[in-house]
Write a protein of this length. Structure first.
Length: 283
């Protein structure tokens, strides 16, 4: 039974540590990409239609001033940067300098725009809807339609792992409680003698709690080793070297997860044992 408790704790706590790392990984990726998100407000030019554009007419200076003032007045906006046609064309030439499409666009066909940096990248819908209704705006673009489905699946993976680890932790707690209850039942005669000679409840309960604590700590240490090995072999040696565009979890995040695993292993071993002993140990 003790070996079964150790193995159950090992597996459940390993999955719990992996869930904590997955949570930190999602937050790191989300923070990196969301910090770079800008809302691009493209202005009307004579040869581009759609949005709030007048046919064959570009955005006037008065409209540009109004758009800038409106955006700056929005409480969700941090900064507003104007990118002229010339600047946009130079950037286009730089990005596509080795591409056949380099000469497709000219400076006259390039749109000038406002680049809007948000205080909270997740609060973007109000800024987008406001900008879309301003005269002189042809289109408003942002990266959320691309990133939101990605983070939806990452969050689903995170919560799924947490849910599975929670079920295994409950199973481990029940197994620990059952093991301690059986141990107390097997030693009921000895415990009766201890009670008759005046032994305190703490004196009687301590051996059972220590037995459970040792089993839990062994499982926790094995789980910490599994988590550390997984991070080194899978993340550091494989994923981080293959996909360099993503910030991956490192030893700092691993140590945080390992600390949480050890804390949970102590709580998970002591509390069920205490409850089981108090409830079922009647001498």
């Amino acid at each position: 039974m003790t070996v079964a408790v150790i193995v159950t704790m090992w597996v459940s706590l390993s999955l719990f540590g992996a869930a904590l790392l997955a949570t930190q990984q999602v937050d790191m990726v989300k923070g990196k990409w969301y910090d770079k998100i800008e809302v691009s407000v493209f202005l009307c030019v004579p040869n581009v239609e759609g949005g709030q554009c007048t046919a064959n007419q570009g955005a006037t200076q008065a409209q540009k001033d109004t758009i800038k003032k409106t955006l700056e007045a929005n409480p969700q906006v941090a900064t507003v940067y104007y990118e002229s046609k010339h600047q946009a064309f130079e950037e286009y030439q730089r990005v596509y300098k080795d591409s056949p499409v380099k000469d497709v666009l000219t400076e006259d066909t390039i749109q000038d725009s406002f680049r809007v940096k948000l205080k909270n990248p997740e609060q973007y819908k109000g800024v987008v809807s406001q900008a879309q209704g301003l005269p002189g705006v042809q289109a408003v673009l942002d990266l959320h339609p691309v990133l939101d489905p990605l983070f939806m699946w990452l969050n689903a993976l995170k919560w799924g792992t947490l849910g599975m680890s929670a079920l295994l932790l409950v199973a481990a707690a029940l197994q620990i409680g059952n093991t301690i209850r059986m141990a107390a039942f097997a030693r009921r005669r000895e415990l009766g003698i201890m009670r008759l000679v005046g032994a305190s409840n703490a004196y009687i309960l301590t051996p059972f709690l220590l037995e459970s604590l040792v089993a839990g700590l062994i499982g926790g240490v094995l789980a910490c080793g599994t988590v550390a090995l997984g991070v080194y072999a899978i993340i550091m040696e494989k994923a981080a070297k293959t996909i360099t565009t993503i910030v991956w979890v490192g030893w700092h995040q691993t140590f945080i997860a390992m600390g949480a695993v050890l804390i949970v292993s102590v709580l998970l071993s002591v509390l069920p044992a205490l409850v089981a002993t108090k409830r079922y140990l009647k001498v």
